[in-house]
Design a protein around this ligand. Structure first.
Ligand SMILES: [Zn+2]
Length: 327
Protein backbone atom coordinates (compact mmCIF):
# COMPACT_ATOMS: atom_id res chain seq x y z
CA UNK A 1 0.00 0.00 0.00
CA UNK A 2 2.87 2.34 0.77
CA UNK A 3 4.14 1.85 -2.75
CA UNK A 4 1.04 3.56 -4.13
CA UNK A 5 1.58 6.70 -2.05
CA UNK A 6 3.51 9.63 -3.53
CA UNK A 7 6.96 10.17 -2.05
CA UNK A 8 5.95 13.13 0.18
CA UNK A 9 3.00 11.23 1.59
CA UNK A 10 5.20 8.27 2.28
CA UNK A 11 7.57 10.53 4.22
CA UNK A 12 4.65 11.87 6.28
CA UNK A 13 3.42 8.36 6.89
CA UNK A 14 6.87 7.26 8.02
CA UNK A 15 7.20 10.30 10.26
CA UNK A 16 3.75 9.67 11.79
CA UNK A 17 4.61 6.02 12.38
CA UNK A 18 7.88 7.00 14.03
CA UNK A 19 6.12 9.56 16.19
CA UNK A 20 3.52 7.03 17.20
CA UNK A 21 6.18 4.47 18.09
CA UNK A 22 8.14 7.05 20.11
CA UNK A 23 5.00 8.09 21.92
CA UNK A 24 4.17 4.49 22.65
CA UNK A 25 7.64 3.96 24.11
CA UNK A 26 7.24 7.07 26.28
CA UNK A 27 3.71 6.17 27.31
CA UNK A 28 4.97 2.75 28.24
CA UNK A 29 7.85 4.27 30.28
CA UNK A 30 5.64 6.70 32.18
CA UNK A 31 3.23 3.88 32.86
CA UNK A 32 6.07 2.05 34.52
CA UNK A 33 7.16 5.10 36.52
CA UNK A 34 5.74 4.44 39.98
CA UNK A 35 3.23 6.98 41.25
CA UNK A 36 3.81 7.39 44.94
CA UNK A 37 1.52 9.27 47.28
CA UNK A 38 2.68 10.27 50.76
CA UNK A 39 1.28 12.34 53.62
CA UNK A 40 3.52 14.51 55.87
CA UNK A 41 6.52 16.42 54.42
CA UNK A 42 9.25 14.39 56.25
CA UNK A 43 7.92 11.16 54.72
CA UNK A 44 7.47 12.83 51.33
CA UNK A 45 11.08 13.96 51.47
CA UNK A 46 12.41 10.51 52.45
CA UNK A 47 10.52 8.89 49.54
CA UNK A 48 11.71 11.59 47.09
CA UNK A 49 15.31 10.92 48.06
CA UNK A 50 15.05 7.15 47.66
CA UNK A 51 12.78 7.16 44.61
CA UNK A 52 14.93 9.77 42.85
CA UNK A 53 14.04 10.35 39.20
CA UNK A 54 12.32 6.97 38.86
CA UNK A 55 9.09 7.86 40.68
CA UNK A 56 6.62 10.70 40.95
CA UNK A 57 5.84 11.69 44.53
CA UNK A 58 2.75 13.62 45.63
CA UNK A 59 2.61 14.72 49.27
CA UNK A 60 -0.97 15.20 50.48
CA UNK A 61 -0.34 17.23 53.66
CA UNK A 62 0.99 20.69 52.66
CA UNK A 63 4.15 21.95 54.36
CA UNK A 64 3.32 23.96 57.49
CA UNK A 65 -0.13 22.38 58.01
CA UNK A 66 -1.21 20.72 61.25
CA UNK A 67 -0.99 17.07 60.20
CA UNK A 68 -2.98 15.85 63.23
CA UNK A 69 -6.20 17.59 62.26
CA UNK A 70 -5.64 17.66 58.47
CA UNK A 71 -8.66 16.79 56.30
CA UNK A 72 -8.02 15.83 52.66
CA UNK A 73 -9.69 17.84 49.86
CA UNK A 74 -11.49 16.36 46.80
CA UNK A 75 -8.41 16.63 44.57
CA UNK A 76 -6.56 14.42 47.08
CA UNK A 77 -9.06 11.65 46.30
CA UNK A 78 -7.99 11.76 42.65
CA UNK A 79 -4.32 11.72 43.62
CA UNK A 80 -4.83 8.75 45.93
CA UNK A 81 -6.89 6.91 43.29
CA UNK A 82 -3.92 6.95 40.87
CA UNK A 83 -1.28 5.88 43.39
CA UNK A 84 0.74 2.69 42.96
CA UNK A 85 1.96 2.83 46.57
CA UNK A 86 0.71 5.04 49.43
CA UNK A 87 3.20 5.70 52.24
CA UNK A 88 1.72 7.10 55.47
CA UNK A 89 3.07 7.41 58.99
CA UNK A 90 0.16 5.60 60.61
CA UNK A 91 -0.30 5.25 64.39
CA UNK A 92 -3.46 7.36 64.06
CA UNK A 93 -1.71 10.40 62.57
CA UNK A 94 -3.49 10.79 59.23
CA UNK A 95 -6.78 9.05 59.95
CA UNK A 96 -9.08 10.96 57.49
CA UNK A 97 -6.51 10.62 54.68
CA UNK A 98 -6.03 6.88 55.32
CA UNK A 99 -9.80 6.37 55.40
CA UNK A 100 -10.13 8.13 52.04
CA UNK A 101 -7.18 6.16 50.63
CA UNK A 102 -8.82 2.88 51.61
CA UNK A 103 -11.95 3.91 49.75
CA UNK A 104 -10.44 5.18 46.50
CA UNK A 105 -7.18 3.29 45.99
CA UNK A 106 -6.66 0.73 43.23
CA UNK A 107 -7.24 -2.79 44.53
CA UNK A 108 -3.53 -3.70 44.32
CA UNK A 109 -2.19 -0.44 45.84
CA UNK A 110 -0.77 -0.99 49.32
CA UNK A 111 -1.06 1.54 52.13
CA UNK A 112 2.27 1.25 53.94
CA UNK A 113 2.09 2.45 57.56
CA UNK A 114 5.74 3.25 58.24
CA UNK A 115 5.45 3.82 62.00
CA UNK A 116 3.41 0.67 62.56
CA UNK A 117 5.92 -1.38 60.56
CA UNK A 118 8.87 0.22 62.40
CA UNK A 119 7.89 -0.32 66.03
CA UNK A 120 6.19 -3.30 67.67
CA UNK A 121 3.10 -2.34 69.65
CA UNK A 122 4.82 -2.80 73.03
CA UNK A 123 7.23 0.03 72.15
CA UNK A 124 4.53 2.55 71.19
CA UNK A 125 4.53 5.54 73.52
CA UNK A 126 1.55 7.12 75.22
CA UNK A 127 1.66 10.30 77.32
CA UNK A 128 -0.21 13.45 78.34
CA UNK A 129 -0.88 14.57 74.76
CA UNK A 130 -1.44 11.02 73.49
CA UNK A 131 -3.13 9.16 76.38
CA UNK A 132 -3.45 5.39 76.26
CA UNK A 133 -7.17 5.52 77.09
CA UNK A 134 -7.82 7.10 73.69
CA UNK A 135 -5.81 4.41 71.95
CA UNK A 136 -3.80 6.84 69.80
CA UNK A 137 -0.06 6.41 70.39
CA UNK A 138 2.40 9.26 69.96
CA UNK A 139 3.12 9.03 66.21
CA UNK A 140 6.33 11.16 66.01
CA UNK A 141 8.92 8.46 65.39
CA UNK A 142 10.96 10.34 62.78
CA UNK A 143 12.91 12.78 65.05
CA UNK A 144 14.61 9.60 66.32
CA UNK A 145 17.01 9.02 63.44
CA UNK A 146 17.46 5.30 64.15
CA UNK A 147 13.72 4.97 63.48
CA UNK A 148 13.92 7.21 60.38
CA UNK A 149 16.56 4.85 59.00
CA UNK A 150 14.05 2.04 59.43
CA UNK A 151 11.45 4.14 57.52
CA UNK A 152 14.01 4.55 54.72
CA UNK A 153 14.66 0.80 54.60
CA UNK A 154 10.94 0.04 54.38
CA UNK A 155 10.52 2.59 51.56
CA UNK A 156 13.52 1.09 49.73
CA UNK A 157 12.14 -2.46 49.98
CA UNK A 158 8.64 -1.50 48.86
CA UNK A 159 9.89 0.49 45.85
CA UNK A 160 12.25 -2.32 44.83
CA UNK A 161 9.49 -4.89 45.17
CA UNK A 162 7.02 -2.91 43.05
CA UNK A 163 9.51 -1.84 40.42
CA UNK A 164 12.06 -4.65 40.41
CA UNK A 165 13.48 -3.39 37.08
CA UNK A 166 14.98 -0.46 39.02
CA UNK A 167 15.66 -2.25 42.30
CA UNK A 168 19.42 -1.54 42.09
CA UNK A 169 18.80 2.21 41.85
CA UNK A 170 16.50 2.23 44.87
CA UNK A 171 19.05 0.23 46.85
CA UNK A 172 21.89 2.59 45.96
CA UNK A 173 19.82 5.76 46.57
CA UNK A 174 18.73 4.37 49.93
CA UNK A 175 22.26 3.50 50.95
CA UNK A 176 23.49 7.01 50.07
CA UNK A 177 20.55 8.55 51.94
CA UNK A 178 20.98 6.29 54.98
CA UNK A 179 24.67 7.30 55.18
CA UNK A 180 23.51 10.91 55.38
CA UNK A 181 21.03 9.99 58.13
CA UNK A 182 23.79 8.17 60.05
CA UNK A 183 25.97 11.27 59.96
CA UNK A 184 23.02 13.34 61.20
CA UNK A 185 22.40 10.83 64.00
CA UNK A 186 26.03 11.04 65.16
CA UNK A 187 25.94 14.83 65.00
CA UNK A 188 22.82 14.94 67.18
CA UNK A 189 24.53 12.79 69.81
CA UNK A 190 27.57 15.09 69.71
CA UNK A 191 25.47 18.26 70.10
CA UNK A 192 23.38 16.96 72.98
CA UNK A 193 26.61 16.01 74.78
CA UNK A 194 27.62 19.67 74.81
CA UNK A 195 24.45 20.64 76.75
CA UNK A 196 25.11 20.76 80.52
CA UNK A 197 23.71 17.50 81.89
CA UNK A 198 21.18 19.22 84.12
CA UNK A 199 19.75 21.09 81.10
CA UNK A 200 19.10 18.04 78.92
CA UNK A 201 15.39 18.44 79.48
CA UNK A 202 12.61 19.31 77.09
CA UNK A 203 9.42 21.21 77.75
CA UNK A 204 7.59 21.49 74.45
CA UNK A 205 4.15 22.63 73.44
CA UNK A 206 3.47 20.00 70.75
CA UNK A 207 4.57 16.56 71.91
CA UNK A 208 6.86 15.54 69.07
CA UNK A 209 10.09 14.54 70.81
CA UNK A 210 8.88 11.52 72.77
CA UNK A 211 10.95 9.05 70.71
CA UNK A 212 13.82 11.51 70.14
CA UNK A 213 14.53 12.18 73.82
CA UNK A 214 15.35 8.64 75.04
CA UNK A 215 17.69 7.97 72.10
CA UNK A 216 19.80 11.10 72.62
CA UNK A 217 19.87 11.18 76.42
CA UNK A 218 17.25 13.85 76.98
CA UNK A 219 14.14 13.82 79.09
CA UNK A 220 10.74 15.20 78.14
CA UNK A 221 9.69 16.95 81.36
CA UNK A 222 6.38 18.11 79.95
CA UNK A 223 4.48 18.47 76.71
CA UNK A 224 1.79 21.04 77.19
CA UNK A 225 -0.73 20.46 74.39
CA UNK A 226 -3.59 18.28 75.64
CA UNK A 227 -4.97 15.36 73.62
CA UNK A 228 -7.94 17.50 72.54
CA UNK A 229 -5.50 19.93 70.84
CA UNK A 230 -6.97 22.78 72.87
CA UNK A 231 -5.08 24.64 75.64
CA UNK A 232 -4.28 23.04 79.02
CA UNK A 233 -6.33 23.87 82.12
CA UNK A 234 -5.13 26.34 84.84
CA UNK A 235 -4.15 23.57 87.26
CA UNK A 236 -1.93 21.90 84.63
CA UNK A 237 -0.33 25.27 83.86
CA UNK A 238 0.52 25.98 87.51
CA UNK A 239 1.97 22.50 87.84
CA UNK A 240 4.18 22.97 84.75
CA UNK A 241 5.41 26.40 85.92
CA UNK A 242 6.42 24.91 89.29
CA UNK A 243 8.20 22.05 87.58
CA UNK A 244 10.19 24.37 85.28
CA UNK A 245 11.27 26.48 88.30
CA UNK A 246 12.17 23.43 90.37
CA UNK A 247 14.22 21.83 87.58
CA UNK A 248 15.79 25.22 86.60
CA UNK A 249 14.99 24.66 82.92
CA UNK A 250 16.48 27.52 80.87
CA UNK A 251 14.20 27.33 77.82
CA UNK A 252 10.88 25.93 76.68
CA UNK A 253 9.92 25.23 73.08
CA UNK A 254 7.01 25.88 70.79
CA UNK A 255 6.51 25.49 67.04
CA UNK A 256 5.13 27.81 64.38
CA UNK A 257 2.47 25.26 63.39
CA UNK A 258 0.98 25.46 66.92
CA UNK A 259 1.15 29.05 68.18
CA UNK A 260 0.23 29.24 71.88
CA UNK A 261 -0.31 32.22 74.15
CA UNK A 262 -0.14 29.84 77.11
CA UNK A 263 3.54 29.09 76.38
CA UNK A 264 4.37 32.79 76.62
CA UNK A 265 2.60 32.95 79.97
CA UNK A 266 4.38 29.83 81.24
CA UNK A 267 7.73 31.28 80.12
CA UNK A 268 7.04 34.65 81.78
CA UNK A 269 6.05 33.11 85.09
CA UNK A 270 8.69 30.39 85.22
CA UNK A 271 11.58 32.58 84.09
CA UNK A 272 12.42 30.25 81.19
CA UNK A 273 13.09 31.58 77.71
CA UNK A 274 10.37 30.78 75.15
CA UNK A 275 11.76 29.56 71.82
CA UNK A 276 8.97 29.28 69.31
CA UNK A 277 10.82 27.59 66.44
CA UNK A 278 10.98 23.81 66.70
CA UNK A 279 9.44 21.81 63.88
CA UNK A 280 8.30 18.23 63.74
CA UNK A 281 6.98 18.11 60.20
CA UNK A 282 7.36 21.50 58.55
CA UNK A 283 10.44 21.53 56.33
CA UNK A 284 12.39 24.81 56.50
CA UNK A 285 12.93 27.22 53.59
CA UNK A 286 15.88 26.67 51.26
CA UNK A 287 18.79 26.03 51.63
CA UNK A 288 17.75 23.67 54.45
CA UNK A 289 14.60 22.45 52.66
CA UNK A 290 14.86 18.78 53.55
CA UNK A 291 14.04 16.46 56.42
CA UNK A 292 17.72 16.48 57.41
CA UNK A 293 17.70 20.29 57.22
CA UNK A 294 14.67 20.40 59.51
CA UNK A 295 16.43 18.26 62.11
CA UNK A 296 19.64 20.31 61.86
CA UNK A 297 17.60 23.46 62.53
CA UNK A 298 15.91 21.79 65.50
CA UNK A 299 19.23 20.72 66.99
CA UNK A 300 20.81 24.15 66.57
CA UNK A 301 17.80 25.81 68.26
CA UNK A 302 17.57 23.26 71.07
CA UNK A 303 21.31 23.06 71.79
CA UNK A 304 21.83 26.81 71.84
CA UNK A 305 18.80 27.49 74.05
CA UNK A 306 19.85 24.83 76.58
CA UNK A 307 23.42 26.09 76.91
CA UNK A 308 25.29 23.76 74.53
CA UNK A 309 27.38 24.33 71.42
CA UNK A 310 25.63 23.45 68.11
CA UNK A 311 28.83 23.53 66.02
CA UNK A 312 28.61 19.73 65.81
CA UNK A 313 25.83 19.86 63.20
CA UNK A 314 27.54 22.45 61.03
CA UNK A 315 29.19 19.76 58.86
CA UNK A 316 25.95 17.84 58.25
CA UNK A 317 25.01 17.80 54.57
CA UNK A 318 21.36 18.91 54.39
CA UNK A 319 21.04 18.64 50.61
CA UNK A 320 18.72 16.20 48.89
CA UNK A 321 20.16 13.48 46.65
CA UNK A 322 18.62 15.10 43.56
CA UNK A 323 18.09 18.81 42.96
CA UNK A 324 14.50 18.51 41.76
CA UNK A 325 13.44 17.29 45.21
CA UNK A 326 13.96 20.68 46.77
CA UNK A 327 10.79 22.25 45.30
ZN1 LIG B 1 2.94 16.48 65.25
Amino acid sequence: MNILLPFASRQVWLFATLLLTTNLIHADDSKKMLRIVTTVPPITNIVENIGGTLVTVSGIVPNGTDSHTFEPVPSDARTLAHADIIFVNGMSLEVPTIRLAEKVRKSNTPIVRLANETLPEEEWQYDFSFPKEQGNPNPHLWPNIALTIRYAEIVRDRLAEHDSRHADSYVSNASAYISKLERLDQAIFACIETIPENNRKLVTYHDSFAYFAPRYGMEVIAAIQPASFTEPGPRDIVHIIEQIRREKIPAIFGSEVFPSKIMEQIARESGARFVDELSDDELPEKPNHSFIGMMVNNIVIMTEALGGNPACVSHVDVSNLIDSVAG
